[in-house]
Design a protein around this ligand. Structure first.
Ligand SMILES: [Mn+2]
Length: 424
């Protein structure tokens, strides 16, 4: 549906205005700095979760977009389209049991043909599956009954084995466990059970693997969550061992939480493992990255860039993933918008004049420190992002090519307009 010919043709059509914008920006920023930013943007890859390619829903309903992928192969094909256009989506994050590969070698080959690798695998103990002996209605790794905890532990071990066969090297654990009413749960016992369960899963990790522990303050339960915040996640990660890290999902915070400070703190401890991008206004809204709070996204990247450049505690390379839901827009367009927002924020963070910023801080020059951040944030660096894509063989304007090639229409012709279950 998307081939190099189509991309090149479209790039040629808009090359002249793009080059004009880029040349102007390069003069302003300087040739060396510009090239350094473009190189880093080219190298940046973000994983696409296998559940994000169909229309998402709310608890009130779900409206199909049509042409949605149903099999793991079709999901990879859709990521392949995004990757061909952006050259920044070269990884998939699979969800088990929604996407159990029938034949690991065949799935691996299919992904490899599309230049896609396997990022973290995600376990699921937040819903019951058909034929499952014990229910997770009242929790999984924290459950009051040992047998239910064991079932959830065994599931996570199986997810590691599946990921291993595909070449993945990390497991992400997000627990829905919690309570909706005061008195329902013994907080201490639930946390203790979770720690013991996670340690057993950790023991099954291959040496070159990592485990990411995600946190969330509320939802689906509304009174308490067992792993409610970064501190609890960090405590559990430290209890498990060196291969366990905290995963920050932007939507998993109470309103106005200073997420950039959490990022700085976790990197200082060398325990920031992964990142789930999305945006929100009220709760875990799973909106397009950068659509509501782009300045916050920039401030987060500002800490990430500083943390990656100043890394005495040896924080590992981060696992980046877009964790959004697409209820209104074409998921593929929405994901390309998210990728764009991530790269723009990254470019802006790379633009920050760090030595001047540190100097301003040393002198407690508050206004200047703020001006330095604004200088980077208010610069339009989109030409760098477009150039990075174009050099890598992607489209200067991915959504433009996607629409011109009528990809969604072709997907509907091929797969039908009806709703096809994708898990969520
Ligand atoms: Mn997440």
């Amino acid at each position: 549906m998307i081939d190099t010919g189509k991309i090149n043709k479209h790039n040629q059509e808009i090359l002249s205005p793009h080059t004009k914008d880029l040349d102007y920006l390069k003069v302003k920023v300087g040739e060396d700095k510009s090239n350094e930013i473009i190189d880093k943007l080219r190298a940046f890859q973000v994983a696409i979760p296998s559940w994000a390619l169909g229309a998402g829903g709310t608890r009130f309903g779900r409206f199909s977009i049509g042409g949605e992928p149903a099999t793991i192969y079709e999901k990879l094909d859709d990521i392949g389209i995004i990757h061909a256009l952006t050259q920044s989506a070269g990884a998939v994050s699979l969800h088990i049991p929604w996407d159990i590969p029938d034949d690991a070698e065949k799935v691996k080959r299919h992904a490899s043909d599309l230049d896609i690798t396997f990022d973290a695998v995600n376990s699921n103990t937040f819903q019951d599956q058909n034929g499952q002996p014990l229910s997770y209605k009242f929790g999984s790794l924290s459950h009051v009954q040992k047998l239910t905890r064991q079932q959830a532990i065994d599931h996570n071990k199986e997810v590691i084995d599946i990921g291993r066969a595909l070449g993945s090297q990390s497991l992400t654990v997000w627990l829905a466990d919690g309570s909706s009413f005061p008195g329902q749960l013994n907080f201490r016992k639930a946390l203790e059970n979770t720690k013991t369960s996670l340690s057993e899963i950790y023991g099954h990790l291959p040496d070159d693997w990592k485990m990411y522990i995600e946190y969330k303050p509320y939802e689906p339960y509304f009174y308490s969550t067992v792993i409610q915040d970064w501190g609890t996640s960090l405590m559990l990660a430290e209890a498990c061992g060196d291969k366990a890290h905290t995963l920050v999902d932007l939507g998993h915070h109470l309103p106005n939480t200073n997420i950039e400070q959490i990022v700085a703190t976790l990197m200082y401890k060398g325990r920031l493992g992964g990142f789930h991008f999305n945006d929100s206004k009220y709760g875990d809204d799973d909106l397009t990255v950068g659509s509501i709070k782009p300045y916050q996204l920039f401030l987060i990247f500002n800490e990430l860039v500083y943390g990656m450049d100043n890394n005495p505690s040896n924080n590992p390379d981060l696992a980046w993933m877009i964790d959004a839901s697409h209820n209104l827009k074409d998921p593929l367009e929405d994901l390309m918008q998210s990728i764009d927002a991530i790269l723009i924020a990254y470019a802006q963070a790379l633009m920050v004049d760090r030595s001047s910023l540190e100097q301003a801080r040393e002198y407690n020059d508050v206004s200047l420190a703020q001006e330095i951040l604004h200088e980077a944030y208010r610069s339009d660096l989109r030409p760098f992002v477009r150039e990075a894509r174009s050099i890598a063989g992607g489209a200067i304007d991915p959504i433009g090519v996607y629409r011109k090639a009528e990809v969604r229409k072709k997907l509907i012709d091929k797969r039908g307009s009806g709703s096809r279950a994708t898990g969520l």
